[in-house]
Ligand binder design. Structure first.
Ligand code: BES
Ligand code: MN
Ligand code: ZN
Length: 493
């Protein structure tokens, strides 16, 4: 696998002479304040275009644009470029507006690349981030459109400072794009083995990566996890990624992800309509992988361990049945009422393993866990469940700062009654009421009370039905930016 993955970004350079703009054969984007005033290079371009920019800025279309939106002037006379894109952005733009402006440029980007003039703009790094994220395109299986998007150069006046500010954000973007690649990839390509290999490739970034195979998992007693993969030809694997960027004696922060590479439901098989979407059921593991990549690329000063359970849920003569009782690594027994509630079985064992082996200072798990969270929150917010207000509030703050929707839902012993089993310590489904909460309540049984923990149910946000501000239709990589920011905030204090 080629590392890193974002294809489009070339450089941030000083906006000195106009050579780059005049030589551009792709697109030119001008980031301009709403007041319609032009300065420096923009004014000189306007002269070459015989005042076309000035006329556009005086028109109604420009006036109607919101911050971060853009309009196109096609095949400008006097220039070689395909188009000049006018992007509206106040000099004192918010972070979100600056990312949106970058996204407008990224969305329009083609094979021939772009030169972006963002002189007088303070938030050049945020523009670069939005650009890279929105230029992302998962075209590797389209034989006719396999051409990558062209390179982008951003011209600004404090290039050195902007480049330094952009570096950690572009590291984060690499992580987001890795997550998207993994989530978009179909299950015949991204098998458990292929997934593990892509994670092992990240050792090139300085991560320590270890793969546990089925015999190792059996020896650890991970029967809940192994039961899920029992009907698949693809071997179940757990991958442990360590980023030792912090102090030697400091307990790591643990990120744990559900990596069901395909979820048919198993013997409790899902209906045919829409089942193809279940190729995204490894989304939690994808976010863990993307976050670990971001941390490694920006050389985070933190100890973080990422653990993913890679498994395929298939119906088969050897598959797990409804009614089976499995023993978890913790020792608790679980009655499998519905083989389609497999994510919590995967997480039960790897959550326990994470605590047992690493004694983490805090732990966050991510999973495309329930359809119920989509009924409750739709596609704008992930469900947040926690046993610790402090960690939870820190996460909610980080998510809000990164523009990633997250909403806390309640937990409580009252919900435990719904997962009481007649035959075992618990059952794996609680019926229709509060489906996302009973799933969280199930996971909590595998978390020690003293470990601050968050469960993120990302079923609605990992692969929403429409494009978003910063992502084309398809996988979003939701969570990488919030987690990276949370860890950065912990580094700071
Ligand atoms: N992977 C699904 C949840 C899901 C649904 C993710 C839609 C993304 C989009 C999960 O394994 C599942 O099947 N959950 C069941 C649980 C039920 C059987 C208790 C569900 O939500 O229907
Ligand atoms: Mn399922
Ligand atoms: Zn699932």
């Amino acid at each position: 696998m080629p590392l890193p993955v974002t294809p489009t970004f070339a450089d941030i350079a000083e906006a000195g002479d106009d050579a780059a703009l005049l030589a551009a054969t792709g697109r030119i984007a001008l980031v301009l304040p709403g007041d319609g005033r032009l300065s420096g290079a923009a004014r000189r371009l306007d002269r070459r275009m015989r005042g076309a920019i000035g006329r556009a800025l005086a028109g109604k279309s420009w006036a109607a644009l919101k911050p971060g939106e853009a309009l196109d002037l096609g095949y400008p006379s006097g220039l070689q470029a395909e188009a000049v894109q006018l992007v509206k952005l106040a000099r004192r733009a918010s972070q979100a507006e600056a990312r949106k402006a970058g996204a407008a440029i990224g969305k329009a980007l083609g094979e021939a690349g772009a030169v972006v003039l963002a002189a007088g703009q303070a938030k050049v790094a945020e523009i670069a981030l939005g650009l890279v994220l929105r230029a992302y395109d998962f075209a590797r299986h389209k034989t006719a459109e396999a051409k990558p998007k062209g390179a982008v150069t951003i011209l600004t006046d404090k290039a050195e400072a902007a480049r330094a500010a952009a570096a950690p954000l572009l590291a984060m973007a690499e992580g987001v794009c890795l997550t998207r690649d993994l989530v978009n990839e179909p299950a015949n390509v991204l098998t458990t083995t292929e997934f593990a290999e892509r994670l092992v490739a990240m050792t090139a970034l300085g991560l320590k990566v270890e793969v546990l195979d089925e015999p190792a998992l059996a020896a650890l007693g991970m029967r809940a996890l192994l039961g899920v993969g029992q009907g698949s030809e693809s071997p179940t694997k757990v991958v442990v990624m360590e980023w030792p960027g912090g102090a030697k004696d400091e307990a790591p922060f643990a990120l744990v992800g559900k990596g069901v590479v395909f979820d048919t439901g198993g013997i409790s098989i899902k209906p045919a309509a829409g089942m193809e979407e279940m190729t995204m059921d490894m989304g939690g593991a994808g976010v863990v992988a993307g976050t670990m990549m971001a941390l490694a690329l920006r050389k985070a000063r933190a100890n973080v361990v990422g653990i993913v359970g890679l498994v395929e849920n298939m119906p088969d003569g050897r598959a797990q049945r409804p009614g089976d009782i499995v023993k978890s690594m913790k020792g608790d027994t679980i009655e499998v009422i519905n083989t389609d509630a497999e994510g919590r079985l995967v997480l039960a064992d790897i959550l326990w393993y994470a605590q047992d082996r690493f004694k983490p200072a805090g732990m966050i798990n991510l999973a495309t866990l329930t359809g119920a969270i989509i009924i409750g929150l739709g596609h704008d917010h992930a469900g947040v469940f926690s046993n610790d207000d402090r960690l939870c509030n820190a996460f909610l703050k980080a998510a809000a700062a990164e523009g990633e929707g997250a909403w806390r839902l309640p937990m409580g012993p009252g919900y435990d009654a719904l997962i009481k089993s007649r035959l075992a310590d618990m059952k794996n489904t609680g019926g229709r009421p509060a489906g996302a909460i009973t799933a969280a309540q199930f996971l909590r049984r595998f978390v020690r009370d003293e470990v601050p923990w968050i469960h993120l149910d990302i079923a609605g946000v990992a692969l929403p039905p429409k494009e978003t501000d910063l992502a084309p239709k398809g996988a979003t990589g939701w969570g990488v930016m919030a987690l990276d920011r949370l860890i950065r905030d912990r580094e700071a204090g």
